[in-house]
Ligand binder design. Sequence first.
Ligand code: DAT
Length: 180
Amino acid sequence: ESAQSRSRRVRPNVLVTGTPGTGKTTTSSLLADAAAMRHFNIGDLVRQKGLHDGWDDHLHCHVINEDMVCDELEDSMEDGGIIVDYHGCDFFPERWFDLVVVLQTDNSVLHDRLTSRGYMGAKLTNNIECEIFQVLLEEARESYASEIVMPLHSNNVEDISRNVATLTEWINNWRPPAQS
Ligand code: DAT
């Protein structure tokens, strides 16, 4: 089933994941323009379409309804040419993605970015720890074939440019798997 679903696509699907603040949305929107892909920011989609089960007062975010998100995306994912941008990766169907990018940022740099975004207290600490312990990299490696997981540094604007160039080239060189 997995190989069949993949071979329908004429363009690849790319998941861009990582701790909040590592640059997923910035990178994904630049990549979408550069490689003519469609970008779904899952956080925005959840808010716009109400794909959640209410508000988490402790974590200050919506409680995402993962089934509703997957149902919403399924048809678009079959067509290919999609970038999905989210700080989690274990609930999407594995067959959806041809490449899983994990953005990584040094702690001090990430700390400053999250502070200027207004994060503090437990939310700040949780996200810094998430990055220190490489939670998203581990989650990606547990959820997808290791060959398709690509960790990339995202510490400065030069990293963003290089990552967008690298990923654009990867997307343009991608070919559907040969039919057997
Ligand atoms: P995410 O979508 O992972 O939460 P973002 O793209 O919204 O991250 O970026 C958060 C902030 O940090 C935003 O102000 C842009 C900045 N930023 C992200 N990646 C960066 C990088 N590699 N170099 C410099 N600034 C970056």
